[in-house]
Design a protein around this ligand. Structure first.
Ligand SMILES: NC(=O)c1ccc[n+]([C@@H]2O[C@H](COP(=O)([O-])OP(=O)(O)OC[C@H]3O[C@@H](n4cnc5c(N)ncnc54)[C@H](O)[C@@H]3O)[C@@H](O)[C@H]2O)c1
Length: 479
């Protein structure tokens, strides 16, 4: 087991909680620092989705995950609290665990050599097809099986990324950690059910320097994933001070504490908003960074701080510039819950589910194929996985870099609307409003660099899977 830990600031938020769950699944002990201004403590007490779980929208949404545990541990107001396992847990996993484990094993231990991998994959597919036809009687929807397979493939890919070569032998900690936590002799279900116990939650703000220093002196922190920030573009225009204080000043406090404690590795959540209006598409990392709002500026300032700290103090960083994070975990009962919600996909699906009256579409006269804005959506698990790869990269001595993270493909709002309507089998009411200031017609990212250097490969790239996972979450939203 690792005795060094990963500090995750903002780890109770949407993206941070997904990265936390994957890190825990791989056996990493994490320290989550979050003031819960926007985050959810429940997102740290997650449970696996049953593998027979209908991970697509059902017309009877109450049926699917009511049996999943919700947050019923005591509220935390103290600074340091270890998450405790709930002894009354009612978690259930409906599929034969050994069968699921076997499927994962066949993926995990596929030979890393390409040709052998292909052969293994074909064999796996054969096994899966046979298994699928056997289990088909338990289900009326082949999507369940596809989703299960896809989630298992993802998990296997996650582990193989570390296990299958490329890990510096000096960093045997990582290798041994993974080997002991997800290997063929372990029960997959048990691993997934207990993963959350690897999280230690600290309810505090980045602005509390004493707590920050005490975290670094109490725990051996190997690296920091820095998600904590405010991220409402419109609010940043109205109240920039709030953004420069939280996103910039508090990031500086974090870097100062890291410097004092000699912690050298950080992965920073940046954004495509640092590019401003695109001069060319898809946007590459070398595209000029000219943000058009205080939110984008605040992130760019931190990027520059990281570069200066790297130059002066030897800090190692990976800057990840996300495009639109979307969807919900394919493995755990966690998902997107912002309040207020401003992200398109939750708004769209909440409207589809009758939780909102209508979806506002801002502008239908853009120079795009159908007049609505086009954006690049990246599945949250793929995004979280990129953080794990960035961590591996830094721990293996990779040089400080910035990477875009998007799917490289754009979808218009009307395309999303059509896809969601199809999945829900209902019309989704919408109104056309006037354009919002500063909304570019099209934003699409080029993630070639992340693919080439980090070895990142999006696993849930198609928009239907992204929307299905989100729909599944919003139909049974836990927090
Ligand atoms: N969601 C996206 O599509 C997207 C796109 C680009 C960049 N980002 C960046 O990714 C990061 C995470 O975004 P998200 O969508 O998960 O947002 P989120 O609001 O769900 O998560 C942010 C978390 O940080 C916490 N937090 C904020 N200020 C804090 C402080 N001072 N101390 C401790 N905790 C604090 C919040 O409580 C919250 O849990 C942000 O930095 C955001 O700018 C997000």
């Amino acid at each position: 087991m690792l005795n060094k830990k990963i500090l995750i600031t903002g780890g109770a938020g949407y993206i941070g909680s997904h990265a936390n769950a994957l890190l825990n699944t791989l056996g990493f002990q994490t320290i989550v620092l979050d003031n819960l201004v926007y985050g959810h403590k429940e997102s740290l007490h997650y449970a696996p989705l049953p593998f027979s779980h209908k991970n697509v929208f059902t017309k009877n949404p109450t049926a699917s995950s009511q049996n999943l545990e919700t947050n019923n541990f005591a509220p935390t107001h103290t600074a340091h609290t270890q998450m405790a396992e709930n002894p009354h847990s009612k978690l259930t996993c409906h599929t034969e665990h050994s069968e699921v484990s076997k499927k994962l094993d066949s993926r995990l231990f596929a030979n890393a050599q390409n040709d052998k991998e292909v052969i293994q994959k074909r064999q796996d597919d054969k096994i899966l097809n046979t298994t699928s036809s056997k289990t088909q009687t338990h289900s009326t929807d082949s999507n369940i099986l596809n989703t299960q397979d896809s989630a298992l493939d993802f998990l296997a890919q996650l582990v193989r990324n570390f296990n299958g070569g490329g890990v510096n032998t000096q960093d045997s900690i990582l290798y041994n950690n993974l080997k002991s936590n997800l290997n063929s002799n372990n029960d997959l279900s048990r691993q997934l059910h207990t993963a959350h116990k690897n999280t230690t939650f600290i309810h505090s703000s980045l602005s509390d320097k004493a707590t920050l220093d005490s975290i670094f002196s109490t725990y051996q922190i190997q690296a920091v994933m820095h998600f904590a920030a405010f991220a409402y573009v419109g609010e940043s225009v109205k109240d920039p001070s709030k953004y420069y204080y939280n996103n910039v000043a508090n990031s500086l406090s974090l870097l100062e504490s890291m410097r004092k404690a000699n912690v050298k590795n950080i992965i920073f959540s940046s954004t495509c908003a640092t590019y401003g209006h695109p001069l060319h598409l898809p946007i590459t990392e070398s595209h000029p960074q000219n943000p058009i709002n205080p939110y984008g500026y605040s992130k760019l300032v931190v990027e520059n701080m990281l570069k200066d700290f790297s130059h002066a103090y030897g800090l190692n960083y990976v800057i990840l510039r996300y495009f639109n994070a979307a969807g919900a975990s394919m493995l755990f009962n966690i998902g997107e819950s912002h309040s207020p919600e401003t992200h398109l996909i939750p708004l769209l699906l909440q409207t589809a589910l009758g939780q909102r009256e209508t979806l506002s579409i801002y502008g239908d006269d853009y120079p795009t194929k159908d007049g609505s804005c086009i954006r690049d959506y990246i599945h949250i698990d793929d995004l979280a996985n990129a953080h794990i790869l960035a961590l591996k990269y830094l721990l293996n001595g990779g040089k400080s870099e910035a990477f875009n993270l998007g799917n490289g493909e754009g979808f218009s709002i009307f395309e999303l609307l059509e896809c969601a309507s199809r999945l829900c089998e209902r019309k989704i009411p919408y109104t056309i409003e006037s354009r919002r200031d500063g909304d570019p017609a099209t934003l699409i990212g080029d993630s070639t660099k992340a693919k080439e250097i980090l070895g990142w490969k999006p696993h849930f790239a198609d928009i239907e899977t992204i929307l299905s996972s989100a729909l599944n979450w919003h139909s049974n939203q836990r927090y």
